[in-house]
Design a protein. Sequence first.
Length: 125
Amino acid sequence: MAGFAKTFFGVFIGSSNQAIWLSKVDPAVQGRVFTSRYLLAQITSPIGLAIAGPLADYGFEPAMQPTGILAGVLGNIFGTGEGAGMAVQYTLFSCLGLLAGLIGYAYRPLRQVERIIPDHHTAAS
């Protein structure tokens, strides 16, 4: 369910994000702006992967073993034993991503960025 929600809502966030960038950035500099934006967004992937493995191996997996500290609380939902810790970790971070999106939507200046920042053709006039 967490993976479905992450993927389902990610499409709306990504398409809205791209539409705003396309309308607000002058076409003459879009290549440079989008390349920089893509670099900053993608640089987090290797960092996340470097953190996720040890976090699963030394944090969530031991905690979800039958005698682990999270097994009593989350064991009925995710089970216990091999793979349960990774399921908890994936669900937790998917929910945090969804929460970040909802917080961004609740932040009024971010929600109204299309009205606050003029389009590139309006600003040039």
